[in-house]
Design a binder for this molecule. Structure first.
Ligand code: LLP
Length: 418
């Protein structure tokens, strides 16, 4: 399923040489493989083939319109967490009836927008949010389809910043309070409970936490139905872990084996909010070496990409494989920190990386950057955001152009009397 492979020492994306693309578009840039996206979507789809299901691609992982269109045209829905993500999903052609809306700070205008568009359902995170959705729905004269995001208090064993289903986390409604909240919702005129939602974390490398949490929440379905609620969906969220370096990531089938039997018993349609597993290994970040620099204790390779382009190493101590896009036989391996031009010591793409000797102008590929790469990028240090290029077979498309200095100041104003 990997479309980023070396042929005679040259890294290719599908049928195109990465170095050739770099020559055309300049560096740094994100490079995606359409085939990888599509085959990952298909793999998840097939793994869960024994049960009625819908894959809602988690837009926060990669929100480029072309990526969303490509996945939507292959049947995917979308998991959105803001009015902006909803706008993107709709612009890309995702069917409103396949969109679920999560996030614990929905505003009334975002709720109104989603209701007017006729999304599949809201994943509700608190009792005050429940009240607000009811209020907006009543005002619009509609019934809002909802699921409660239940917090099952499960440790997913991931980085603390991306564990979301523990009782000390800000997300969801405690399992112990869920029944009462559902009853409140059931009795409100603007709400229609149709599902149960959970999302316990991201980059989960073991199917156990999924199994345990689904065990905890699946029972709710029966109890809610007894109270007259038509619970038709069980949403297990996202979080399927992937391989970045040498970790062993379970195949989608392994996750499916752990939860499908439990889900089948509920008679619910399964919803999944998959981000990383579809997008992560479908993209790389390509950067050029600017300088080699010998510090007193460390050797640095200064590149033209930085933490503003890919923040995962700085923010989560995430490790991404970094390798030359064109391998030279004679190059000796050295241990270096791959750092960007930003004025912060936390600005690195890799620390103590084993890399063959590189020279100014050499291209480096930072792998597994298709999820939470571009979407978390920023203009820090007034750096223009990089282009996104999508390869399909032997064709390359610019699906987002490089920003210009003009883009950087768009929307700013100097008061007239300054
Ligand atoms: N559903 C909900 C409610 C979520 O909060 C998330 C991710 C997902 C689905 C998708 O999870 P995935 O399948 O991609 O694991 N920026 C971090 C990851 C943050 C994840 C936030 N929520 C990173 O770069 O590792």
């Amino acid at each position: 399923m990997n479309d980023f492979l070396y042929k005679n020492g040259d890294l290719y994306c599908e049928e195109l040489r990465v170095a050739d693309i770099a020559e055309k578009v300049g560096t740094p840039f994100y490079l995606y493989s359409e085939n990888t996206f599509a085959s990952h979507l298909k793999a998840v789809d097939e793994a869960f083939g024994d049960i009625e299901h819908l894959i809602c691609f988690s837009v926060k992982a990669n929100s480029n319109l072309a990526v969303l269109r490509m996945l939507a045209s292959r049947g995917a829905g979308a998991d959105v967490v803001s009015g902006g993500e909803l706008y993107r999903a709709l612009k890309a052609g995702v069917e409103p009836g396949k969109i679920v809306y999560a996030g614990l700070g929905k505003t009334s205008s975002e709720i109104e927008y989603a209701l007017n568009e006729g999304i599949l359902m809201f994943n509700v995170e608190s009792s005050e949010e429940l009240m607000l959705i009811n209020e907006v729905a009543v005002r619009l004269g509609v019934e809002a389809p909802i699921a409660l995001r239940v917090n099952p208090d499960i440790d997913p064993g991931t980085h603390p910043y991306i564990a979301t289903g523990l009782k000390q986390s800000k997300f969801g409604i405690p399992l112990t309070e869920a029944m009462a909240e559902y009853e409140v919702a059931h009795n409100l005129p603007g709400l229609k409970p149709i599902g149960i939602h959970q999302h316990i974390g991201s980059q989960i490398l073991d199917s156990g936490p999924f199994e345990n949490s689904v065990k905890k929440v699946a029972n709710l379905a029966g109890s809610l139905r007894e109270l007259g609620m038509e619970i038709a969906y069980l949403n297990i969220g996202g979080g399927f872990g992937i391989q970045y370096t040498d970790e062993e990531a379970p195949a989608p089938e392994e996750f499916a084996r752990a939860v499908v039997p439990l889900l089948s018993e509920t008679g619910c349609t399964l919803l999944m909010e998959v981000g990383r597993m579809i997008a992560g290994n479908a993209g790389i970040l390509v950067t050029s070496v600017l300088y080699n620099k010998q510090g007193e204790e460390k050797r640095f390779v200064v590149v033209d990409a930085a933490m503003n382009d890919l923040i995962r190493p700085s923010l989560y101590q995430a490790i991404h494989t970094i390798a030359p896009a064109v391998k030279r036989d004679e190059a000796e391996p050295v241990k270096v920190d791959v750092v960007g031009p930003i004025c912060e010591s936390g600005d690195f793409l890799g620390q103590d990386v084993e890399l063959p000797e590189v020279e100014q102008g050499d291209l480096l590929a930072v792998f597994t950057a298709g999820a939470y790469g571009f979407t978390m990028s920023s203009n820090y240090n007034s750096r223009t955001r990089v282009p996104e290029i999508l390869v399909s077979g032997s064709k390359a498309y610019v699906i987002r152009r490089r920003e210009t200095y003009e883009d950087l100041i768009r929307g700013e104003a100097i008061p007239e009397d300054f």
